[in-house]
Design a protein around this ligand. Structure first.
Ligand SMILES: *Cc1c(COP(=O)(O)O)cnc(C)c1O
Length: 386
C-alpha cells in the first residue's frame, strides 16, 4: 500500500494492508516466510531491494515493521526478538553512561529489572515516579542529565493512567524524550505518538501477537533522527526476530481491532459482574467513572482495554483460591491472548518486587479477559469466588 493511501486509510485497513504489496513474482497475498539468512548479489554490492543479510533486514520482518509504523502513525517501526530486547536496544541507542531516566514507580517487572540490574551497572541511572502525577514526574527529572521519561499507561497490575500529552510536555521542557510502553492498550486503543510521545514500545507477545504463540517486541518512532539511531542499533546489537516469529506477529496484528473490541466488551461485563460480588472488594478498571484516571483514559484511549484487577475481601488466601479454582480462566502469566488468563501478581508476575516500593497488595487478582463467550467467563468467576 502506498504511503499516501496508507496515511488516509482507517486503522483496520492499515493493520491489514500497510507494509506489504502482493508479491510481484507470485502474487502471494500474505508475506512469505523468507527463511533465508543471506541474499544473492547481482555483482559485488548489487543488492536486490537492499537485502544483504537477515540480521540487517528480512522481507518478512520488513512487512511487519511497515505495518507497525502504520498502526502507530510513526515514521518507522522496528521489530525485535522480545519486548525486553526492544527496550535494551532503545536504551543503548538513546542513552550513554552518566545519563538518567525517569521510570514508572510501578513499571512492568522486567522493565524495572532491566533498568535496575542491567542499565545501572552500565552507567544509566533512573528515578521512579508515579505516572499519574505530572508534578512528581517533573520533579524527578534531572535537568541536563535526564534523556528519557519512560511511562506505561495503563500500568500493570494496578491499571494507573498517565496523561501522555501532559507528560510529553514535561519531558520536552527538559529536553528529554517521552517513551510510552503501549503494550496494555495496544495501538488500536491508543496511539501515543499522536499525543506527543517520541517512541512507542511494545511487547508484541501480548495483544499485537494476540494468540500466546510468539514472543516479540517493537519500537515505533516519530522522528527521523531517532529512527536512524534505533535502526543502527537494531542491526549492530542484533536482537531481531526470525522470519517465522515476524510472520506470526504480523498475522496477529491484522485482527487486532476486532479482537480488542471483544476484549473490551468482555472486560466491561466481567468488571461489572465483579463489582456486584460479595467476595470482591475494589474492582480496578479504567472504564469505571470512579477510577482516578478515568477522564484521562477517556480522552486518550478509544476504549478501556481487556485487563481487570480486583481485590478479594477474604485476603490473600481467598485470592490464591480463586486463581486455583477457575476452569475457563487459565492460571498463568502473560496477557493479551484470545484465551482468558488469571494470576496472583503478588506471588507470580510481581513476586520479584515484594518488599520494595513496587509491592502489590496480597489480595489482588489480575485478569486478562479473553474473547471467549462472556457468560462462560462470568459463570467461571462466580463458581471460583463461590
Ligand atoms: C511483557 C511485557 C514487557 C516485556 O516484553 P517481553 O516480550 O516479555 O520481553 C514489557 N512491558 C510490558 C507492559 C509487558 O507486559
Amino acid at each position: 500500500m502506498s504511503q499516501e493511501h496508507r496515511s488516509k486509510s482507517g486503522f483496520e485497513t492499515r493493520a491489514i494492508h500497510a507494509g506489504y504489496e502482493p508479491d510481484p513474482t507470485t502474487g502471494a497475498v500474505i508475506p512469505p516466510i523468507y527463511a533465508t539468512s543471506t541474499y544473492k548479489q547481482d555483482g559485488v554490492g548489487g543488492l536486490r531491494g537492499g537485502y544483504e543479510y537477515s540480521r540487517s533486514a528480512n522481507p518478512t520482518r520488513t512487512a511487519l515493521e511497515g505495518a507497525l509504523a502504520a498502526v502507530e502513525e510513526g515514521e518507522r517501526g522496528f521489530a525485535f526478538a522480545s519486548g525486553l530486547a526492544a527496550e535494551d536496544t532503545l536504551l543503548r541507542a538513546l542513552c550513554r553512561p552518566g545519563d538518567h531516566a525517569v521510570i514508572p514507580d510501578d513499571a512492568y517487572g522486567g522493565t524495572f529489572r532491566l533498568f535496575d540490574k542491567v542499565a545501572v551497572p552500565w552507567g544509566l541511572n533512573h528515578s521512579p515516579a508515579p505516572v499519574d502525577d505530572v508534578d512528581a514526574v517533573r520533579a524527578a527529572i534531572r535537568p541536563g542529565e535526564t534523556k528519557l521519561v519512560w511511562v506505561e499507561t495503563p500500568t500493570n497490575p494496578l491499571l494507573t493512567i498517565g496523561d501522555i500529552e501532559a507528560l510529553a510536555g514535561v519531558a520536552h521542557e527538559a529536553g528529554a524524550l517521552l517513551v510510552v510502553d503501549n503494550t496494555f492498550a495496544s495501538p488500536y486503543l491508543q496511539q501515543p505518538l499522536t499525543l506527543g510521545a517520541d517512541v512507542v514500545v511494545h511487547s508484541t507477545t501480548k495483544y499485537v501477537g494476540g494468540h500466546s504463540d510468539v514472543v516479540g517486541g517493537a519500537l515505533v518512532v516519530r522522528d527521523h533522527e531517532v529512527a536512524e539511531k534505533v535502526g543502527f542499533h537494531q542491526n549492530a546489537m542484533g536482537a531481531v526476530p526470525g522470519p517465522f516469529d515476524a510472520f506470526l506477529t504480523h498475522r496477529g496484528l491484522k485482527t487486532l481491532a476486532v479482537r480488542m473490541d471483544r476484549h473490551c466488551d468482555n472486560a466491561e461485563r466481567v468488571a461489572d459482574f465483579l463489582t456486584s460480588h460479595p467476595a470482591v472488594g475494589e474492582v480496578i478498571y479504567p472504564g469505571f467513572e470512579t477510577h482516578p484516571g478515568h477522564e484521562v483514559a477517556q480522552r486518550q484511549m478509544k476504549r478501556f482495554g481487556g485487563m481487570v484487577s480486583f481485590r478479594c475481601t477474604g485476603g490473600e488466601d481467598a485470592a490464591l483460591r480463586v486463581c486455583e479454582r477457575t476452569e475457563v480462566f487459565t492460571l498463568g502469566e502473560s496477557l493479551g491472548g484470545v484465551e482468558s488468563l488469571i494470576e496472583h501478581p503478588g506471588r507470580m508476575t510481581h513476586a520479584s518486587v515484594a518488599g520494595t516500593d513496587l509491592e502489590v497488595p496480597a489480595d489482588l487478582v489480575r485478569l486478562s479477559v479473553g474473547i471467549e463467550t462472556v457468560d462462560d467467563l462470568i459463570a467461571d468467576l462466580d463458581q471460583a469466588l463461590g
